[in-house]
Design a protein around this ligand. Structure first.
Ligand code: ZN
Length: 394
């Protein structure tokens, strides 16, 4: 018993040293001892082991005013590589990334309407393509998948587009490729990416609301993903916002997705264009049809109709953010995906809706912002999932 506890403490301290080095640039062993509260000799022992494992490197003596110059250590980001995969709705995107979640190589496979075992073979092909490029020990494979996922068992419970039901992708890939595999819902891994690489500091707590074809969110508490008892925490896309609303793919009516998903956004734009045929927006829509790029472009130019759409979109997201802010009382709620294309007008509308729906104190404490991570957010999040599970980083 005592031995087990000692082993646990040792592992915890080793992680503490690695995390300290990961999060701060150029530290001496004395700096690490100060930051962690561990003794100098304990720190030296762990740093020695990390250097031995190749995860950390010494950067040579630096000029010091007095005494022996200290030798600094830093993370060796290229010492391990990870395969990150975004099983998107239209294509499977993969990348080889380093320990900082930086993309080294990419590979993607368009899917069309490939389903079932055929789509599964494409996952194998994607992994094989990336494995051929691996240039350092492989830490694992991380995967973000749309729809409900059980991350503990690594099972994709349902993927409507791919016609997958209860696919044990973790077991399938681990037995084939002999490396650890971690899988989670794509909104959940996007939230992990925001927590790890979004610039919110060590062990952040935040909610990320991701909108694209669908709408979902992920919750990170103290740096760790909160996936919920049934692994569907933050599944706001099918939260009813209008009982009398349009039918949704899930069988209910008026889900958030029916007003804030991309098909809904384009439908609203077409309706508005029909109602305002004499405006620049109406004319452009009639000539070329509506697209996301067209809406974003008109909104950026201050077009009245496009602005109204962006504001309505912001209002819907603000209402969703209000529910989350009220329940979780976290300081940071971040939007990613299509909302980012609509800039400040969307954010202002979302803030106004938040203020209208929660206590003034809660509204003041909640910051709404855009993610800066761009279209790689799920890829980077899948790497954060592996890092967290394998090395207790970032
Ligand atoms: Zn629904």
């Amino acid at each position: 018993m005592k031995k087990a506890t000692h082993k646990k403490t040792k592992a915890h301290n080793a992680t503490l040293v690695l995390r300290t080095i990961y999060h701060r640039a150029l530290l001496s062993r004395a700096d690490i001892a100060r930051a962690t509260g561990l003794t100098r000799s304990t720190v030296s022992e762990f740093v020695g082991e990390l250097i031995q494992a190749g995860l950390v490197r010494e950067t040579g003596p630096v000029a010091s005013a007095v005494g022996k110059p200290p030798i600094n250590v830093e993370l060796e980001p290229g010492s391990r590589q990870l395969i990150s995969i975004d099983l998107g709705e239209d294509e499977f995107r993969g990348a080889l990334v380093n320990l900082r979640g930086e993309v080294l190589h990419r590979h993607s496979l368009p899917l069309g309407d490939l389903k079932g075992p055929g789509a599964l073979r494409e996952v194998h092909r994607l992994v094989e393509g990336l494995l051929a490029l691996v240039g350092a020990p492989l830490l694992g494979i991380g995967i973000g998948a749309p729809g409900p996922v059980d991350p503990r068992r690594g099972v994709i419970k349902l993927s409507v587009n791919r016609d997958w039901v209860n696919i044990g992708l973790k077991d399938i890939l681990e037995s084939r490729f002999k490396v650890p595999v971690h899988i989670a819902n794509d909104c959940h891994v996007a939230a992990m990416a925001e927590g790890a690489y979004g610039g919110h500091g060590i062990d952040p707590s935040l909610v990320l609301i991701k909108a694209g074809e669908g709408v979902g969110s992920g919750i990170v508490l103290g740096g760790a993903l909160h996936s919920g008892e049934g692994h569907s925490a933050g599944e706001i896309g099918h939260l009813c916002v209008d009982r009398e609303g349009l039918p949704c793919s899930c069988g209910n009516r008026g889900c958030l997705e029916t007003v804030a998903g991309l098909p809904a956004l384009l439908r609203q734009a077409r309706d508005l264009a029909r109602r305002t045929p004499g405006t620049a927006f109406g004319k452009a829509a009639k000539a070329k049809g509506v697209s996301l790029a067209m809406l974003a472009d008109f909104n950026a130019r201050g077009d009245r109709e496009a602005r109204a759409l962006a504001q309505e979109f912001g209002t819907q997201l603000g209402a969703a953010a209000a529910s989350l802010a009220c329940i979780l009382n976290l300081r940071t709620i971040v939007f990613s995906g299509t909302p980012v294309l609509f800039g400040e007008p969307l954010l202002e509308a979302a803030r106004a809706e938040l203020q209208a729906r929660v206590l003034p104190e809660q509204a003041r404490e909640t910051t709404l912002a855009f993610s800066m991570l761009g279209p790689d957010i799920v890829i980077r999040g899948a790497s954060a999932l592996v890092l967290r599970n394998e090395l207790d980083l970032p």
